[in-house]
Design a protein around this ligand. Sequence first.
Ligand code: ATP
Ligand code: MG
Length: 417
Amino acid sequence: MDLPVDVRALLRALEAGGYAAWVVGGCVRDMLMGRTPSDWDVCTDALTGQVAACFPGHAVLPTGEKHGTVTVVLHHQPYEVTTFRTEGAYSDGRHPDTVRFVPGLREDLSRRDFTVNAMAYHPDRGLVDPFGGRADIAAHLVRCVGKPTLRFGEDALRVLRALRFAAVLGFALDAATADAVRALHPRLALVAAERLRAELDKLLCGPAAPDVLLTYPDALVSLLPTDAPDWRARVAALARLPREAALPLRLAALWAGLPAARAQETLARLKYDNRTQRRTLTPLAHWGMPLPSQRPALRRAVRGLGADAVRDLLALRLAFAMGDACAGAAADEAERAAALLQELLASGACCTRAQLAVRGDDLLVMGVPPGPGVGRALDALLDEVIEERLPNARGALLAWLQKTAEKQKSPVRHGGG
Ligand code: ATP
Ligand code: MG
């Protein structure tokens, strides 16, 4: 297993200070699986202040000092370095009451959630795998370290993490872990929204998410509408989205056709940011609208909903239509509309006020009085452009305004006159 140069340097610097240091957790799992780790975590017997002293001249940020974690920045890349620790009792199912720093690597590994996440590696000393993580990788299993009911009792988020790793890695849950998920998922209600959301997002973007969503619907019922009719059809639509589909599109697939208010309540409760909520809810609010087949109708849709929402809506409608054996025509319709949209956007066709070749100031100069009349005049111009009765060219737009003003017999007065 080849560690990046900076990670080796990190281990060496800690060892030069007289401490033990190992890479640990997800990065070891990912290396063994031939995946590129998303980040590198290091554990050590050095206390946080001692870690900082090993990196003179480098930024060492106190990102989680009460958990024994500091972030060491090397070449603009952050690395979390955490003192070996065990956690005390979790009386409320959410937070360890105490974090104890202990001398041993093994104890540190034993507090980790799953066997595949409870391994450490050192380039000279090799792999430390006290709970059979490597064998579980080979068997494609997510298995708790220790007794699953106990571990989920300590921190209920682990219920969702088990499903997240199953979805991301394409693994099954081992039998005891699966039983504990089914028994203890109501305790997810104890967990902070932000922690739930982070795991849910990763779950939904995992390649095996559809399997997990169909195998453990009850465990996810507080987060997704797994109890509503047609759950299978919605999961199947999710499975048909492009691999790179963004999170809002995935969420929208799972909520499609259901009352938008319920989706909104859940997204707000999980504290999704406004942008994600909007991007998820807009296509849902217009779920049943007739698909535009001509350029003007499509441009009106982009004007009303925004290009992203229209693109998402078409992708969703296509994903649903593809699953309906009798709806070949609907799939064709969605595909044609998507192709037309792409062409429209690529050509820079004007669909919004901001894209018009004139601005409010131009109208003021022409004598349109300041106030809501300016917006109305711009909207009237946009109507003409979208219906393709006028080109989006400054001269043509101003001439049309002038002519319209004359026709209405309310002659346009000139600015200074
Ligand atoms: P990813 O690649 O998505 O970052 P990861 O395995 O690194 O996956 P993290 O959430 O970053 O997952 O956590 C890092 C490590 O910390 C895990 O591999 C695991 O060993 C441990 N860990 C994280 N959260 C928990 C938890 N709630 N309970 C026990 N151990 C945990
Ligand atoms: Mg990680």
